[in-house]
Write a new protein. Structure first.
Length: 286
């Protein structure tokens, strides 16, 4: 192992999201050399290990035992064991219980290192043709109606590119709700990434809804959605401010404890005018 110590280390090992050739040489070596592997689903991971002739013992680490088992794993690492964490596909800690194991190990003073590799969200983002410099990743939206509605409203004014995961049996409903909340945005719908039937469909939300009325969704999906154009958001905000009187606008900030001069600066920025203009208008009305 890298840097053998009295105390062990936790290795976050990214595994393929489809094509087995996407695994890295470093991950293969680490999976062979650690004392054991913590796997989200051992039945799934054994296929990967068998393919690469890896005989390292496995233990199950999943959503239903993630806290209790995390402390057990941490104790073994403190006793000198090196442990690899793998998820069903992709990078551990991204939309899976691995984040809890990492947090607990760090709280226990255990060294954690990440071995980079495949991640469906990044793969889809690079295929989308949408802006990649700024993006927000929401993983799977909550199924609870209230929580889902709250997040949808937050995404309504999100200017960054939005990346979501979705299962095939929920895809049509999610597309419809996105359309109703965000409007007819551009979207890239990625399916079966890195696998034989990989597909990326570039369209709008409205076109996507129409398409899936006649085509049954199959496979796991990543949705990459255009953020709200900044100019559109700015115009909406300025319209909101212009509906206020200047005095109401100033009061809005002053009631938040903002000093008079700073409030003037903020009001001027909101209204797209100079601070001097705001000052002069306030003096005229005083």
């Amino acid at each position: 192992m890298e840097g053998k110590h009295t105390e062990g280390k936790l290795y976050l090992c990214a595994t393929p999201i489809g094509n087995l050739e996407d695994i890295t040489l470093r991950v293969l070596r680490t999976l062979k050399e650690v004392d054991f592997i913590a796997a989200e689903d051992t039945r799934n991971s054994i296929k990967l290990l068998n393919h690469f002739h890896i005989q390292t013992p496995m233990t199950s680490y999943h959503e239903h035992n993630k806290i209790e088992k995390a402390y057990q794993i941490a104790e073994k690492i403190r006793s000198g064991k090196n442990v690899a964490l793998v998820t069903d596909a992709g990078t551990p800690g991204i939309s899976d219980p691995g984040e809890d194991l990492v947090r607990i190990c760090l709280e226990e003073g255990i060294t954690v290192t990440s071995l980079p590799g495949a991640a469906a969200c990044i793969t889809a983002l690079t295929l989308s043709g949408l802006p990649t410099r700024r993006f927000t990743f929401e993983a799977f939206l909550p199924r609870d109606k209230k929580s889902r509605g709250i997040i949808m409203e937050e995404l309504k004014n999100e200017t960054r590119t939005i990346v979501l995961y979705e299962a095939p049996h929920h895809l049509a409903d999610t597309l419809l709700q996105l359309f109703q909340t965000l409007g007819d945005r551009r979207i890239a719908i990625c399916r079966e990434l890195t696998k034989a039937y990989e597909e990326t469909r570039l369209s709008t939300l409205g076109e996507a809804i129409a398409y899936y009325e006649h085509h049954s969704p199959r496979g796991e999906y990543v949705l990459v959605i255009q953020g709200k154009p900044y100019e559109e958001l700015q115009a909406e905000q300025q319209q909101k401010w212009s509906a206020m009187t200047l005095e109401e606008h100033m009061k809005y900030y002053e009631e938040k404890g903002i000093l008079y001069k700073e409030a003037m600066r903020m009001v001027a920025k909101d209204r797209g005018v100079s601070k001097r203009e705001i000052y002069q208008e306030l003096m005229v009305k005083s």
